[in-house]
Design a protein around this ligand. Structure first.
Ligand code: RNT
Ligand code: ZN
Length: 412
């Protein structure tokens, strides 16, 4: 018997269907965020402050400086991740010579991405970029008191929806267009509601135009606080939860955007009861919204557990949101994405039927015995088999492949 056969038999003892688990995890696309590849710099010529607390720290060699470099780094990374995945593109990653401002962008500025995505069989998600621009230097965009500045950002928001819908139409499945704005105040504002009303009005105008839901899914992302906006974030969790419900749009939950002691995975089942769609930005906050590469840690395992046991994967899109510039950027993508998949695989390999039964019988002793006993099952052997079937390396081989690629880009 092969190692895999032995491992499979051990899971079967717990009535877990290993082949089914592998099939399930193969079906889940992860939306890989382009911005880990270049430290959230983008390809525009003129730039403002990075703004809103988004700051990649580190200066590791190999940062992608052009769309072509970013694409080859992505190709390498996808080739070391089992399964088929998506690309999450930000508006600041346009590819054209004319340098249009944010309120002038159109689909043609992203043609090279669309063509590349087709050759790679990768579907695209999109984001307006409401930061790193001189008109965002006050940390106010859609909620700015100056209507000229608001109109500029409203136009940007509208254009990104058109671009996203075109990506969706061409790829034959919805492109998520995720709105995150840095808007907030460093010190205590007198009126929070005046500014929040303005954000709401601007969003209403951006979302006025109707698109097919099969082409475009609009989503909104809240945040607890950011560097420079410590006193008040205009787009708070309550703000966007209400807004998403009211407008039947997608709510994006970034795991770095809550208090460190809050259990983000606990929110998913509640949200899924009222919302039609969720988008995740899976990140690893360390003491604050630090966007470290995700590990296979308790938080991610709990997140995967919730998605699987609550049976909400069909309404939840999984995207990643981390950026670490102190390590190989391609290794960060590969390791982080694989960790998300590993956590999902572990969840699919959990005997939830048995566990649910004992829990509903209020047999908490048995629940504890089982959860602790199954931690020793050979998950790694199932993961290795999954990778092998997808022709991607594991173990020492993975490390040497990642090292070699990093060496090939380190003189950039
Ligand atoms: C910022 C948000 C947002 C960004 C990306 C680049 O705090 O998490 O999602 O990270 O849009
Ligand atoms: Zn995010």
């Amino acid at each position: 018997m092969s190692d895999f056969e032995i491992a499979k038999a051990q899971f079967e003892d717990w009535s877990v269907d290993v082949e089914q688990a592998i099939r399930e995890v193969s079906k889940i696309p992860i939306s890989v965020h382009c911005w880990q590849g270049d430290d959230v710099a983008g390809f525009e010529v003129s730039k403002g402050l990075s703004g809103g607390g988004i700051q990649a720290t580190g200066n590791y060699p190999g940062r992608a400086r052009t769309p072509d470099e970013l694409r080859s780094d992505l190709e390498f990374s996808y080739s070391n991740i089992p399964g088929n995945h998506r690309l999450n593109l930000h508006a600041m990653y346009l590819d054209c010579d004319t340098n249009p401002d944010r309120d002038e962008i159109e689909f043609s500025h992203f043609l090279s991405w669309a063509e590349w995505a087709k050759t790679q069989k990768i579907d695209i998600d999109f984001n307006p970029t409401f930061f790193a621009h001189e008109k965002a230097d006050d940390n106010l965009t859609l909620s700015h008191p100056d209507s000229g500045i608001r109109d500029f950002w409203i136009e940007h928001g509208k254009r990104t929806r058109e671009i996203a819908a075109e990506f969706g139409r061409q790829q034959g499945n919805p492109c998520y267009n995720n709105i995150w704005v840095p808007d907030g105040y460093k010190d205590n504002p007198i009126s929070r509601i005046i500014t929040r009303k303005r954000l709401r009005e601007s969003l209403d105008i951006i979302l006025e135009q109707k698109f097919e839901r099969t082409d475009l899914l609009d989503s909104v992302e809240s945040k607890l606080f950011g560097i420079g906006v410590e006193a008040c974030t205009i787009g708070s969790h309550e703000f966007y939860l209400g807004y998403a419900l009211e407008n039947d749009i997608v709510l994006c939950i970034d795991t770095g955007h809550f208090h460190p002691s809050e259990n983000v995975s606990d929110k998913l089942s509640s949200l899924a009861l009222s919302l039609n769609n969720l988008l995740l930005h899976v990140s690893r906050p360390m003491r604050w919204d630090s966007d470290h590469v995700i590990l296979q840690d308790d938080n991610i395992l709990a997140m995967a557990h919730e998605l699987v046991v609550s049976n909400i994967l069909d309404k939840t899109a999984i995207g990643l949101d981390f950026f670490d510039a102190t390590i190989s950027r391609t290794a960060a993508w590969v390791i982080g994405t694989r960790n998300m998949q590993k956590s999902l695989l572990r969840a699919f390999l959990t005997p939830f039927n048995v566990l649910n039964e004992v829990e509903q019988a209020l047999d908490f002793s048995k629940r504890l015995m089982i959860t602790e006993e199954i931690k020793d099952l050979p998950f790694g052997l199932i993961w290795n088999e999954f990778c092998q079937r997808n022709n991607v390396p594991t173990g020492q081989r993975l490390i040497s492949v990642l090292d070699q690629y990093q060496m090939s880009v380190s003189d950039r």
